[in-house]
Design a binder for this molecule. Structure first.
Ligand code: FES
Length: 103
């Protein structure tokens, strides 16, 4: 995966095993999660690559508006309060490429 992901934006990807994940950048760090809301197990975004809330502060589920911490995936508001997105381990190589670990 070599696509550039700007700060405070997110991009969806399909993994080789068919999962959909998304990656977002915050303060120079990248965070990746399975694209599955812990509330009803649906995908989070309604519009392509729109995973963040209006202020681009939290990850937001478009179905019922649950908000998740970018750094931890923990739901801090909404029907799945206290549950978390499932984190995907990634590594960022020196060439700027982002790679899945164990995949
Ligand atoms: S499905 Fe995500 S908040 Fe309900």
């Amino acid at each position: 995966m070599m696509e550039d992901i700007p700060e405070r934006e997110a991009r969806a990807y399909e993994t080789p095993n068919g999962d959909t994940i998304f990656i977002t950048q915050r303060d120079g760090m990248y965070y990746a999660y399975q694209n599955v809301c812990p509330h009803l197990q649906v995908e989070l975004e309604f519009l392509e690559n729109q995973f963040l809330d209006r202020d681009q502060e939290y990850i937001e589920c478009s179905t019922h508006g649950a908000l998740f911490m970018v750094e931890t995936g923990e739901c801090i508001s909404g029907p799945c309060l206290g549950q978390s997105l499932e984190k995907v381990e990634i590594s960022v190589h020196s060439d700027g490429g982002i790679y899945l670990i164990n995949d």
